[in-house]
Design a binder for this molecule. Sequence first.
Ligand SMILES: *Cc1c(COP(=O)(O)O)cnc(C)c1O
Length: 466
Amino acid sequence: MKLIFEHSVDGRQCSILPTCDVELTPMPDIMKRTVPPRLPELSEIDVTRHYTALCKRAHGVNCGFYPLGSCTMKYNPRVDEEIAALPQFTGIHPLAPLYSVKGCLEVLELSKKYLCSITGMDDMTLQPAAGAHGEFTGLLLIKSYHVARGDFKRTKIIVPDSAHGTNPASAAMCGFSIVSVPSNDEGCVDLDALKSVLDYEVAGLMLTNPNTVGIFDKNILEITDLVHQFGGLVYYDGANLNAIMGVVRPGDMGFDVIHINLHKTFSTPHGGGGPGSGPVGCKEFLKGFLPSCAISNASTSLQVKSFYGNFLVIIKALSYIMTLGAQGVREASQNAVLNANYLMHCLKGTFTPAYNRTCMHEFVLGLDSFKEQTGVTALDVAKSLIDEGMHPPTMYFPLIVHEALMFEPTETESKETLDEAAEILKTLYRRAFDDAESMKTAPHCAAISRPDEVLAARQPVLKYDF
Ligand SMILES: *Cc1c(COP(=O)(O)O)cnc(C)c1O
């Protein structure tokens, strides 16, 4: 497929600008560019066809099943987009005087209130732009708390080995050293291992519950209690909130600080690098360390993003929460968990779940012995799914499961879709025994088959070479 620059023809254009109705002010020469910008020159239909062709090569939630584990690729109701697109929201300026944007301030206050009540937190900042950004912000809170108490020795953050890669990365960015604790056979934190690493140099523990293998850690109260006994704080990675919202609250599990991925749980499309939002909530005693902005009472100089964060994403979350209501939010989680367990159950007898117990909103298959029998890997199964019109699940994550495939069907999928997905997976299971070779070269119908991922990561070509 040609790049848009390769379609360009000198002098071709499609802009129809109205004649200027204000007096022209010449720009000083010093401010003018000496060479024109190298923008592609195309007609409107060229542009439309180019982006439509690109769009057809991508798979989105609107195209088909997208069970990408750990990402909560749920369907986002159109009404939330419509609300966020209202000109009263899109047409404001972040520096507008507060009296003129009372409605927008109410949106922020109400969002904070609902998100605090869903998570069991006392206050919140809406500034962070994503989950990882929230982690960084939350860890700064933990750091500020210890420093404010004159406790300068707390340099370590404990992270379970099942954690998402952003957890240790954020801790390192905050200047902490990372202590990893192993998981036990059930996929939960190994309590003895945790006890053996706890000391008075631990600033905190980061945990997601349910964790990245889709298991709710039933020892959570003991875990948070242990960390508190040593004076550490406990951080909740809220990326898996879709499994528990309206049912149980991180604040009641003993967590002190949390982030929420609005773009996973609360109705913002993601995956294409669009704007996200990672609000950070905390308990009362940490309020004073939150980033400051015009609508918070915090007196810190901490600011992690300009103004109020990604405002339009916050509106979508509020619209989503208000349309579902308390009962609906709870049902969304319950159905997410039901769907994951249903799909896992349908696959029994073929692929093996890594942990053979009731899961939360996602589950992990371990294809270790399947690979030994057939030579077909988790990657080959994932690639074969593309030909079947289904987005592959997350592969090779979490790292503690070998040949992992991680499915998160989400609550917005129907039983029919799940049945269909189960049939496709069972067909692929059988194909691996009959015709492994065809799976090793899949996908056969996609525009791109098996790119050199190492080369793409090491030597990415990010700009057009004119
Ligand atoms: C997605 C995710 C994150 C990071 O969130 P981003 O919004 O992608 O920065 C952190 N932890 C877990 C468990 C996740 O699934």
